[in-house]
Design a protein around this ligand. Sequence first.
Ligand code: UDP
Length: 475
Amino acid sequence: MAEKRAHAMLFPFPCSGHINPTLKLAELLHSRGVHVTFVNTEHNHQRLRRPKGRDGFRFESVPDGLDDADRVAPDKTVRLYLSLRKNCTAPLVDLARRLGARDGVPPVTCVVISGLVSFALDVAEELGVPSFVLWGTSAVGFVCTLRLRQVRQRGYAPLKDESYLTNGYLDTPIDWIAGMPTVRLGDVSSFVRTLDPTSFALRVEEDEANSCARAHGLILNTFDELESDVLDALGEEFPRVYTIGPLAAAMHRRVDHAHGIASGLSLWEEDAACMAWLDAQPEPRSVLYVSFGSLAVLSPDQLAEFAWGLAASNRAFLWIVRPGLVGGDRGIDALPEEFVAATKDRCFIAEWCAQEQVLRHRAVGGFLTHAGWNSTTESIWAGVPMICAPGFADQYINSRYVSGEWGIGLRLDELLRRDQVAAHVEELMGGGKKGGRMRRNAAEWKAKAEAATAPGGSAYENLDKLVEELRVEDS
Ligand code: UDP
């Protein structure tokens, strides 16, 4: 029996939070000898300036079926989700078959998708190859999303009326999720905050997570030591879980980063000047890095609470204000002029940056974050403690673990207040006992993340196991 070369076709949901970790996984697989085809939507393929692959790593694209009006509609993500489901199965199957017919390209032997594109499990079935899902949240975020079904069936959500959002109901203890401590209902997921019995988001999340059971294997951007209890419980339901994170750390160790195929590949242009500004900061760990990821949208009131809280903190900060961060597609122009004038000597504002490099810069000592999972793992790997301001999906449960189980951060109340922002910044960055404890814990988790991704570590070994699983034998 001869071993066929493994060929993974990867297809992420088309947004930064899914593309970035999938690209890292693709590079890791490629570094281990797997032939890789990375499929973007045509729209993102153009935005990424038609990226070039190299030997055994190619980029391809399929149309997403959206028109110009869809792309700027308030429900653009829902439209994208539905359009991919409707339009992409046949093009992906065709693409895989065409690839396999080319000289020197081994036939596609597995399909790897991110969350929210479960329709592509059908693509793998049609091709007769195994499928893997890289679910981009923490293990605990994944389990909470699976359990949305029970949350709904037990009548916790949808909420009965608007008063339930503020009357303490979201603090209802949830103590029946295996592998997890008692948590607040509101921490299980943002999607419980709905009054709509037919809530699209609630159903989609629940269905997408549960459909992972159809895949051959589940890949998570976490490491065993970080989430051991919940991973043990998850193993009862999912026999093949590959914990290979933090992906940023694994990449750093296994791929020549500067020459990596994905290096600098971003849907947004990175502002290099913020690195020079960080270099010029004399004190180590003196800068607070502030970013809310690629999708979060703040109201003008929330923006003002963050801005004036940061102004009151008297600490230096680097703030990423991407276009679209503020409702109505506004960005830096939405910042109050008086705030910009008051803080100009100790802050740098940019639209986008090379976040991993920023977090690992010696001048950065804290991260005010929306607690998206990529950002959280990048911060853990960098050993930087966090202030969490969650607003969507798994960000609440991530924040709960950051501030509770892992002891590496604080969280802000759901109703943002500038005085709390300022007080938390002082607590995190200042010389107090609590800040010191969080910094020590962050340093310990950083060391554990490094060990997990080093040879012999759990994540390192799991990546090798995954690669073994992808290799098929010719009969
Ligand atoms: N990111 C970046 N530059 C920025 C802000 C964010 O490169 O200025 C990257 C960040 O490193 C992370 C991703 O964007 O990999 C955001 O993913 P996350 O899961 O944290 O949040 P999402 O954008 O999905 O809400």
